[in-house]
Design a protein around this ligand. Sequence first.
Ligand code: MF3
Ligand code: CO
Length: 256
Amino acid sequence: MIVRKTPAELDKMRASGLLVYRILQELGGMVKEGVSTLDLEEAAERMVKEAGARPAFKNYYVPAVGQRYKYVLCTSVNDEVVHGLPSAKRILKSGDIVKIDTGVELNGYFGDSAITVGVGEIDPAVQKLMDVTRESLELAIRQVKAGNRLFDICAAVEGHVTSNGFTIVREFVGHGIGTQLHEEPQVPNYVDRKNENPRLKEGMVLAIEPMVNAGKPETKVASDKWTAQTKDGSYSAHFEHCVAVTANGPWVLTRP
Ligand code: MF3
Ligand code: CO
């Protein structure tokens, strides 16, 4: 069942969304050569606490791993796709791209967003990967309106990514969000005809999160049991926003 939110509930989700936005803005500004992914984690934890919120990922049970996640952030560098573990040993250097993904729970409602940030000088082909991934999310956001269907969102991402010669990660998908971090429906970044194709209705909120690889689409899990990385070592980009279906069209909750 896809839970629809009332306008009052959407206002609460807006507050969570804007907190996530503020955190990611701050962390994005911190990213430079010499900074570790644990530095980002510590700054995020402080901001979540100061806002009186709860980190949504910390202690979240992930069935595919069979364990609880231990951090506020996922910090995934270069060929790492998602669930990269913050570490003092992972020191960012010029040419790296770091995906920062975080969620919060504030007043019972969740917000979830991710950005990919370049460190120093970025190879033009890698910049293109980031640009196309961000554009695919923007195209998907435009499809979030009453009367459209879920596949309109999936197709928007898929079309833009594949026509630019990049590939879509299939093992991880977007999701509904509300009083739970992960609600129905799943939001794959490709049209999955095995899935249902529900009509979008006012009050639905979707976390849309394209994960896009420069090379082959397949991923594997690292020996830490968490970090998903591309099998072929190619770079991967990720952007995520929470978007509500409203009478006035898409409302991106995770940015001003
Ligand atoms: N943004 C991802 C998602 O929406 C990461 C959350 S998984 C966790 O599923 F392990 F970090 F909690
Ligand atoms: Co998400």
